[in-house]
Each structure stands twice: as structure tokens, then as C-alpha cells.
Design a protein around this ligand. Structure first.
Ligand code: HEM
Ligand code: PLO
Length: 488
């Protein structure tokens, strides 16, 4: 027959004791690069054992789309790991929750609440604009002195999600914000690494002190979430929905009165807190990371930066600030954002998927329970799909005339696809566009002469972050006397 049962097993790496020695030859490559290298020997789909778990590694866009889209529901599961269980109280969130009616219900509520602010709606745009204005003011003050823009970018992005989740924001130097910076980095550095630990022993990916760090950081985060929750309960009203927390509270109350769209779905306090924690965490760490990578590549490629600025000068000028309605008119900026998301994907291995039943990918059988890792890095650096994949070239995403966008390859999935596709894609795109347009309209980012350029490798973790670096933001010629008091 032709059913999955008849298909053959995918090429498999030799079992662990032997791999240990093969792997140590490649030494310090991070997992996404190592999995890409293994294609030479095993092909673009192969399996290996991580401890007692069978794992399938996918390195081509055809197979990736079969998993994510064509058989999306079959592969919509998530594995449980010690660290993600710690972060999410055993999967009571969205991103690390297994496929279930509870997960579906949560995704729906969040989606509704996030986009109640709406893609076209004025309010998200207003929130971002307010933060871009405040960020520009900070950059103006720091003229000529090199600084790590990390904390200020993070504050801007955090305040956007803070407004959406909690209807609040942080001032510079706020103690709660400083503590958030710390615990969130602690979580990024330690969570989700344990699922890879068995095949990457030499990276010392998961020393025991990581678990202690994670516990401490999660507990600080939980206190913050609890505090916001208690504050919201006090002045909650069925008639006004200020933010995501209110939307979740409302859903919780109506589920308690048995008014859920889906029967028998739990929305406990834990579920509510973990779900908000997901959106807050994802909202901060992903967009900030992409902004940092954008700056890294802009200082490496001053010609690209100049072209974006010329486009901004031509289409917007100096009389007004950038708006979402300019998105269609700034193809070169848009192409640059797409290229950053290609060359340094935020989540190079996505989040692992799990086969919920026996199935197949390509010509190979896949047993129920198999973990499936989509190596987005391989898709985005596939030489058959991208000319010179390590070259940063926004021009790839432009048509021949250079005045419109194009999709040069199907091997491009920065936000994933299918049932588990990113929930924040539209929000992230609005933020990236507006923040970068605001910054580049007024400033040129540079590394002072004689200083080294920022590193391009990045630090592998649950998000692929650039290493710390410093740049100067110099006011562009013609902007000296234009005040920042434009309002949003
Ligand atoms: C999942 C990318 C921003 C919320 C994901 C996944 C990717 C991704 C690759 C995993 C898909 C999979 O496992 O198949 C990105 C990128 C971002 C970004 C590149 C920024 C440029 C955001 C933002 C939010 C968000 C701003 C929140 C507002 C989520 C959630 C999930 C997710 C909740 C889990 C979905 C699920 O498992 O059902 N994202 N993301 N993301 N993202 Fe994003
Ligand atoms: C980031 C650190 C926060 O403190 C907690 C958190 C919650 C959700 C995670 C996010 C972290 C990292 C990026 C993740 C997101 C869910 C979806 C997103 C994994 C760990 C991506 C890119 O897949």
C-alpha cells in the first residue's frame, strides 16, 4: 500500500555513544548550523535520538510546508520539557502548550484581544508612535557618544506590549523595568535548551546552575504577573476592555458562567497568567531582537542605510513623522526588514512540533510522538534558493524596477506557518516598520572610527540574539532645528 505504515524510515544518525564522537569534531557550531551541516551526510531530512526521544530534523521548505501547512494538525503538538514546564506551569500558556481545545480557545481570545487594537486601527499606531517619539528624544540626547541601544529599544518595545497587555508603561530608570530586563534575559538564556542537551554535550548547554537561574527568574516574573492581575481584578468592569488582561478576565468570568464558545474548556488563574506571560515575553524579546539585528546590519552596510534614508526623504520628508499608511510607499525599508528576518531568523529552529499520530513527511514514515524540528536556518540559507545566502542584500526582495516588493523564494518562513503560526506577526511588522522609519528618518547609526563592527554570529537560544554592541546615533544634516515636539 501507500499508507504511512508502508513508507520507510528516514535516514538516521548512529545512536548516541557514537554520535558523541562524531559531533565533537564539529565542535562549537550552534545547533541550527550543525543541523544544516549534517545535510551533506544525511540529506535534508533525517532523524536522531535525543535521549529516549526520536527527533526528525527538516531542512527543506517542501518538507517544512508539508509539516506546518498540509499536515498542520497532525504536527501541531508540542513536547514537554523540564524548562518549559517550569516557565509555563506545565504548558498552561499558548506557545509551549500541547495541541488541545484549551490551547485553541486561548489562541482565539488572545488573537481577538490583540487585534481589537487592530491592524488598521489608530490605537496601536498611536502607542507605537508615542514610544518612537520618546526613543528619538533619548537618541538626541546621546549625540556622538557610543551607546548600547539595547535597553532603550527594549523599553520602547516593552511599553508597546505593556500598553496592550496591562494598559501601562515604564519611565526611564523604573525599578520594575530594570528587574524585568534582568529576569527576561535570564529566561532567554536558560529556557528550552534542555530539549537539545543530549546531542550537544560539548556546548555545555545546560549546566545545573541554569535550572536555578531559571527558577529564580520565573519566580520574579510570576510576581510581576500576579501583581498586574490583582490590580486589574480590583477595577475590572464588564463594560470596558482596556487591554489583554481585561479580555482574559472577561473570558475567565464567562467561562465560569459556562458561556464558553467551546464547552468544558478550563480558563484557570494559571492559564490566564501564563498566557499573558507568553504574549508579554514574546512581545518584548522577539521585536527587540529584530531591531538589534537591523542595527547590526545597517552599520555593517552604510549604503543600505543611506538608501533607506533617501527613500524616507523622498516619500515623507522632514515635515511629518512616518505612519503605518506609508508602508506601501517605502519598499526599500520593507525589503530591508524582510532581509533581516531572513538572514538572522529570530527563532532558527521554530519551537519543536510533535506528531500527534502516525504519519509521513515526503517519502518517509513518522511515528506518533516523534519531535519535529524545522530548521528555519537551513531554509533561509539554502543555496539552491538564495544566491549568496550569507550576503545581506535587501535588493533580493525588490522587483526589477526596484520600486516594488517581490517574493524571490518559497523558502522563507520567518513567522512559521499553519496552525502554530506566530500570533504576533502583524503587531511585530507594524513595530519594526515604524520604529526603524522613525530612527532612520532623523538619525544615522554608526560605529565610531577605529571601533570594531558588531559581531554577526549571534548567541543561540530560544531566540537568536546579537551580542552586545555600541553605536552612535548622529542627527542627520537638516534636522538640527526641527523639534521633536510633533505629537502622535
Ligand atoms: C510563535 C516568530 C513576534 C507571539 C512563533 C514562532 C515563530 C515566531 C517562528 C513559532 C512557530 C512554530 O512553532 O511553528 C516571530 C518573529 C517575531 C515574532 C520573527 C518578530 C519579528 C511575536 C510577537 C508576539 C508573538 C510580537 C506577541 C504579541 C507568538 C506566540 C507564538 C509564536 C504566542 C506561539 C504560537 C503557538 O504555538 O500557537 N513566533 N514572532 N510573536 N509567537 Fe511569534
Ligand atoms: C522570552 C523571555 C520571557 O521572559 C518569557 C518568554 C515567553 C514566550 C517566549 C519568549 C520568552 C521567547 C520567544 C518565544 C516566546 C513564545 C513564542 C516566541 C519562544 C521565552 C517564538 C519566537 O517562538
Amino acid at each position: 500500500g501507500f499508507g504511512p505504515a508502508a513508507a520507510r524510515s528516514p535516514p538516521s544518525l548512529p545512536s548516541l555513544p557514537i554520535i558523541g564522537s562524531i559531533l565533537s569534531l564539529v565542535s562549537d557550531s550552534p545547533p541550527h548550523i550543525f543541523f544544516q551541516q549534517l545535510q551533506k551526510k544525511y540529506g535534508n531530512i533525517y532523524s536522531l535520538m535525543m535521549g529516549s526521544h526520536k527527533v526528525l530534523i527538516i531542512n527543506s521548505h517542501h518538507h517544512a510546508k508539508e509539516v506546518l501547512i498540509k499536515k498542520g494538525k497532525v504536527f501541531a503538538g508540542r513536547p514537554r520539557t523540564v524548562t518549559t514546564d517550569l516557565l509555563t506551569r506545565d504548558g498552561k500558556d499558548i506557545a509551549f502548550a500541547d495541541y488541545s481545545s484549551t490551547w485553541k480557545f486561548h489562541r482565539k481570545i488572545v488573537h481577538g484581544a490583540l487585534y481589537m487594537f487592530g491592524e488598521g486601527s489608530a490605537s496601536i499606531e498611536k502607542i507605537i508612535c508615542r514610544e518612537a517619539l520618546s526613543l528619538s528624544a533619548v537618541l538626541s540626547e546621546s549625540q556622538k557618544s557610543p551607546m548600547d541601544l539595547g535597553p532603550e529599544l527594549t523599553r520602547a518595545v516593552t511599553n508597546v506590549v505593556c500598553a496592550l497587555c496591562f494598559n501601562s508603561s515604564y519611565k526611564r530608570g523604573d525599578a520594575e523595568f530594570e528587574s524585568m530586563l534582568q529576569y527576561s534575559q535570564g529566561i532567554v538564556d536558560t529556557v528550552a535548551k534542555d530539549s537539545l542537551v543530549d546531542i550537544f554535550p560539548w556546548l555545555q548547554m545546560f549546566p545545573n546552575k541554569d535550572l536555578t537561574t531559571l527558577r529564580e527568574c520565573v519566580s520574579i516574573r510570576d510576581n510581576l504577573l500576579q501583581k498586574k492581575y490583582e490590580e486589574h481584578k480590583v477595577d475590572y468592569s464588564d463594560n470596558v476592555q482596556r487591554d489583554l488582561m481585561d479580555a482574559m478576565l472577561r473570558a475567565k468570568r464567562s467561562s465560569e458562567n459556562n458561556n464558553t464558545p467551546v464547552p468544558n474548556v478550563a480558563l484557570t488563574e494559571d492559564h490566564l497568567l501564563m498566557t499573558v506571560g507568553d504574549i508579554f515575553g514574546a512581545g518584548v524579546e522577539t521585536t527587540t531582537t529584530v531591531l538589534k539585528w537591523s542595527i547590526v546590519y545597517l552599520v555593517h552596510n552604510p549604503k543600505v542605510q543611506k538608501k533607506i534614508q533617501e527613500e524616507l526623504d523622498r516619500k515623507i520628508g522632514t515635515d511629518r513623522h512616518p505612519q503605518l499608511s506609508d508602508r506601501g510607499n517605502l519598499p526599500y525599508l520593507e525589503a530591508t526588514i524582510r532581509e533581516v528576518l531572513r538572514i538572522r531568523p529570530v527563532s532558527p529552529l521554530l519551537i519543536p512540533h510533535v506528531a500527534l499520530q502516525d504519519s509521513s513527511v515526503g517519502e518517509y514514515r513518522v511515528d506518533k510522538g516523534t519531535r519535529v524540528i524545522i530548521n528555519l536556518w537551513s531554509l533561509h540559507h539554502d543555496e539552491k534558493e538564495w544566491k549568496n545566502p550569507e550576503l545581506f542584500d535587501p535588493g533580493r526582495f525588490l522587483n526589477e524596477e526596484g520600486d516594488g516588493l517581490c517574493s524571490p523564494s518559497a523558502s522563507y518562513l520567518p513567522f512559521g506557518a499553519g496552525v502554530r503560526v506566530c500570533l504576533g506577526e502583524a503587531l511585530a511588522k507594524m513595530e519594526l516598520f515604524l520604529f526603524l522609519a522613525w530612527i532612520l528618518q532623523r538619525f544615522t547609526l554608526e560605529v565610531p572610527t577605529g571601533q570594531p563592527l558588531p559581531e554577526l554570529q549571534g548567541k543561540f537560544g530560544v531566540v537568536l540574539q546579537p551580542k552586545r554592541f555600541k553605536v552612535t546615533a548622529n542627527l542627520r544634516a537638516g534636522w538640527e532645528n526641527i523639534s521633536l515636539k510633533q505629537h502622535c
